[in-house]
Design a protein around this ligand. Sequence first.
Ligand code: DAH
Length: 363
Amino acid sequence: MNGQTTDLAALEADLLARVDAANDETSLEALRVEALGKQGSISALMKNLGAMSPDERKTFGAGLNVLKDKVTEAIVTKKAAMAEAALDRQLQAEAVDVTLPPVRPRLGTIHPVSQVMEELAAIFGEMGFTVEEGPDIETDFNNFTALNFPPNHPARETHDTFFLDAKGEDGARKVLRTHTSPVQVRTMLKQKPPIRMICMGRTFRKDSDATHTPMFHQIEGLVIDETSTMADLKSVLIAAIKAYFEVDDVKLRFRPHHFPFTEPSAEVDVGCDKSGGQIKIGQGDDWLEILGSGMVHPNVLKSCGIDPEKYQGYAFGMGIDRLAMLKYGMPDLRDFFAADERWLKHYGFSPFLLPGLAQGVGS
Ligand code: DAH
């Protein structure tokens, strides 16, 4: 009997050590079956009880029960610890730091031309301008005739026009619009004054070098009411250019010029500083031509069904690509349309940053 008691102590030590050493649920379960299952070592010892004397059976049986309980409890405890450790591991693996900034989906970047258009829409929108649109393919009437370009006049030639085979209702060949000015015509034909609009979009001319591409972008502005003058034009342009270049002050210079659709007409230069090898817009001893403008010609108003005796106003047109180059420092216009992902990554803007005046349009 002593021998059997010793056996029990050894068995207990062995089983508890193995429970302790088990490192996954499968080996723990195998151990449970080996010790407590029907064919297990403890059950085998139980079977010996029948052959023992009542005294022996009593002591040995009690010892066996204690052993059985101890091993069962050890296994249950170990199982619970394993489950808890597994849960800990899972929680750690799936941990999310909610204080981290969100992971942004790969959406690509906003092209600088689109960005500048958004900026200009925010700036002029704030000043009460609506945004109008027109098609890339225009009639000769809208692109030239209504804008007071006389038929066969050399001014038409200076636009290096792309003519299409298709003819418009006016019987003349349609054109890829050479400027956004035909949207002035479209707006005046559909809306009575007061008009205060901008239009932005693609324009086309046969031209190609570092600062000219056959397709480029313009912004057009038009204000028609009973009182607006060149002075209003100047103050609107100063406010817009200050906001766009995010500078405190700009000086503008109006140089007499000729456009068929304005009288008087002016080209506008902005003061700048080129001394540091980099152009700084606003102040300085240099000038940079940035736009064409003037008072809308009475003939244009007439062509659009607006009485020039009653109404007047100003218009202006600017190259958007050039505005982008000046603000964001791209040296070559042709890169704008090369669809090179590296260029877009470098010069592009986050789709999540909507330009607005509160934070500065370019930020
Ligand atoms: N349409 C002219 C161009 O492309 C630019 C321009 C000049 C627009 C004077 C205007 C303006 O509205 O008044 O060269």
